[in-house]
Design a protein around this ligand. Structure first.
Ligand code: NI
Length: 221
């Protein structure tokens, strides 16, 4: 006979946390699942969990009301109420890592668009209100291009200036609202001069898209 399913209520779901209340009648189960995020369990009742795991014998774990525990992303199990009374807990998942993964994907797509010389694909990575600070220029920020039209024109001008260009050895990191792409630029300009320098971009995000690209590169001498 199929076991009764545990029931869930989502209390919070935003860009940082998902908080779910789980309630189990005696013998009810969640079904098999894999946790996609790090999480904390806060028992709302005392109880006994029965845990089925893919590689190992089933086991039980005591829940104590108000005593939390934490687990890492990737846990794979089926959870059953192994006691005789109803039990409940809050599950608090840290979903901010999902935002970080999406932002990093944007940086990888952005770099691919540079190498594909695809201005539409570049602009698809930029937020509605976007700004580009070029590495060279008269201002403390370099040269500022403000708004989609100005940013697009500056990216097109870059491709015009360098008929051949490649961004290689790239790596991408996201921490909070800040992104970092490191790269080595090797290009040949219209006069036939080769430029080969390392540099980086510091990014600010608007949700998953780039609100600011702030460029820096080595000045070979
Ligand atoms: Ni679970």
């Amino acid at each position: 006979m199929a076991k009764e399913q545990a029931t869930s209520i989502t209390h919070i779901e935003d860009d940082r946390f998902k908080v779910t209340e789980w309630r189990f009648a005696a013998g009810a189960e969640t079904g098999w699942h894999v946790h996609g995020h790090d999480y904390v369990i806060v028992p709302l009742t005392d109880g006994t969990l029965g845990l089925d795991v893919p590689d190992g014998a089933p086991f039980t774990a005591a829940l104590t009301q108000g005593v939390p525990y934490s687990r890492r992303e990737g846990v794979h199990h089926n959870v059953t109420n192994a006691g005789t009374q109803p039990l409940a807990f809050l599950e608090i998942e840290t979903v901010a890592d999902a935002v970080t993964h999406r932002r990093r994907d944007t940086l990888v797509r952005f770099m691919a668009a540079w190498n594909a010389r695809d201005v539409d694909a570049l602009m698809a990575c930029m937020a509605a209100d976007c700004v580009f600070h070029a590495s060279a220029g008269p201002e403390a920020e370099g040269r500022r291009f403000i708004g989609r039209d100005a940013v697009r024109a500056s990216y097109s001008a870059m491709f015009d200036s360098f008929p051949q260009a490649a961004w290689t050895a790239d790596s991408h990191t996201v921490a909070g609202d800040t992104g970092l792409s490191e790269w080595r630029f090797v290009g040949t300009d219209k006069s036939g001069k080769t430029v080969d320098v390392q540099g980086c971009d510091i990014f600010r995000f608007d949700v998953d898209l780039i609100a600011l690209k702030d460029s820096y590169r080595k000045n070979r001498s």
